[in-house]
Design a protein around this ligand. Structure first.
Ligand code: NZQ
Ligand code: ZN
Length: 379
């Protein structure tokens, strides 16, 4: 196990009716900005609960943070925040609203342009913010990362801000999710775990078992969600899996990959495909092309997650990759460019972008631009 420091300061407030706690969670002397996406919260009752809880607070609203939030939109919120001396932000919505809020909170105390913070990869300063999370997927509710797009140049990069002060997770808010967002969320959770798990075996039993527990949970609940999206306990596990998959808990002392995410972000930047959907296309290729290096862990994954115990090592590895693809297909996601109707000319664009900056990805920093081409190519 490698040395590590663990410090996650976000307070999680989980369960039915917890949105009402906002009234005491945000200090009354704060000048608050509430940030929203495109309006889903007005249809599912979340907006009413938030404004009812904050009736004694001093707040303004900012609407319109889009999926894959763009710096162009966020600049408007930053200007509004500066003009109104905002010193606390509450994000209400999915990962995009919260990621966007992380940039707004970082840029309010910054004198330059917000995109500079994204390119630098981290904010030096950041006003406090919190969330009411309505979409289980990103883990943004309990981590310090954000991913921001710039539509002008078709770029999409991650940066670090600070952790949310608190996040409220009420599983009932997920009842209104459309099926494609459920699928994207499940895929995102699954791949977050894989990025931190599918490297080298024998680093930590605790981390391995924890990661495998989340993978097994996702596989178990996926069909149940399809059957009944209003089952509270199923949706509660969906929400908690998302948080646990990317809140630093399963990566203590172990190596991490993240190549699939870096490639997926480029796929989204060039095509606009949803984040979770991009990962379902990239992960099987990453597993296949890196199968020799990841052999030990893929075999462990196959055995512990899918009970694959028969056949040669090569056969077991291929079957584990196929089972992974089958899971994505079972939730309605495409796993190849052709299934997703994405033109393969995008592969060149992605490879060229990685070449320009000499990017090397993966836990061994050996996934070069040309390896990315293989990952995205036909299998
Ligand atoms: O905008 P509204 O109207 O609110 O609708 C949203 C949006 O259209 C809708 N939605 C959210 N909650 C809903 C709902 N509709 C009905 N009922 C609800 N309860 O869902 C749509 C998608 O929302 P979005 O926030 O974009 O999805 P998600 O949470 O998957 O976030 C994706 C973004 O997060 C980034 C991704 O790259 C992408 O930009 N990521 C952030 C990470 C992080 N901060 O740690 C890590 C991830 O790997 C990921 O990269
Ligand atoms: Zn992700």
């Amino acid at each position: 196990m490698k040395n590590f420091t663990f410090h996650n300061p976000t307070k999680l407030i989980f369960g039915k009716g917890q949105i009402s706690k906002l009234s005491s969670l945000i200090p009354k002397d704060k000048k608050v900005m509430i940030t929203f996406g495109g309006g889903s919260v007005k249809k599912n009752g979340v907006y009413e609960q938030v404004v009812a809880a904050l009736k004694e607070h001093n707040y303004i609203e900012f609407w319109g943070i889009e999926p894959n939030p763009t710096v162009e939109t966020l600049r408007k919120a930053i200007t509004l925040g500066k003009e109104n001396n905002i010193d606390f932000i509450l994000a209400v919505g999915g990962g995009s609203v919260l990621d966007g809020t992380k940039l707004i909170a970082s840029a309010i105390p910054y004198s330059g342009d917000a995109w500079e913070i994204v390119l630098k990869g981290k904010a030096d300063n950041c006003i406090p913010f919190a969330s009411v999370m309505t979409l289980p997927a990103t883990g943004s509710e309990m981590n310090n990362g954000g991913v921001i797009s710039r539509s002008e140049t078709k770029e999409k990069y991650a940066f670090n801000a600070r952790y949310p002060e608190f996040s409220i997770l009420d599983p009932e808010t997920t009842y209104s999710l459309p099926p494609n967002q459920v699928a994207n969320g499940l895929a995102d959770i699954y791949v977050h775990v894989m990025e931190q798990y599918l490297t080298t075996p024998g680093q930590s039993r605790v981390m391995d078992r924890w990661a495998e527990g989340i993978l097994l949970t996702v596989l178990e609940i996926a069909p149940k969600i399809k059957e009944n999206q209003h089952d509270y306990d199923t949706m509660a596990d969906f929400m908690l899996s998302a948080t646990m998959a990317l809140n630093d808990f399963i990566r203590m002392g172990v190596t991490q990959d993240w190549a699939t995410h870096m490639i997926g972000h480029e796929l989204t930047a060039f095509t606009g495909i949803a984040h979770g959907a991009s990962l379902a296309i990239v992960l099987p290729g990453t597993m296949y092309v890196m199968r020799e290096q990841k052999k030990g862990k893929i075999l462990q994954y196959g055995e512990r997650i899918f009970n694959i115990t028969e056949g040669t090592e090569d056969e077991k590895i291929i079957l584990a990759i196929k089972k992974t693809e089958d899971f994505f297909k079972s939730i309605g996601l495409a796993t190849t460019f052709s299934e997703a109707k994405i033109d393969i000319s995008v592969i060149d664009k992605i490879v060229n972008r990685f070449k320009e900056v000499n990017v090397v990805l993966g836990e061994s920093r050996n996934i070069t631009a040309e390896v990315v081409r293989e990952i995205l190519g036909e299998r």
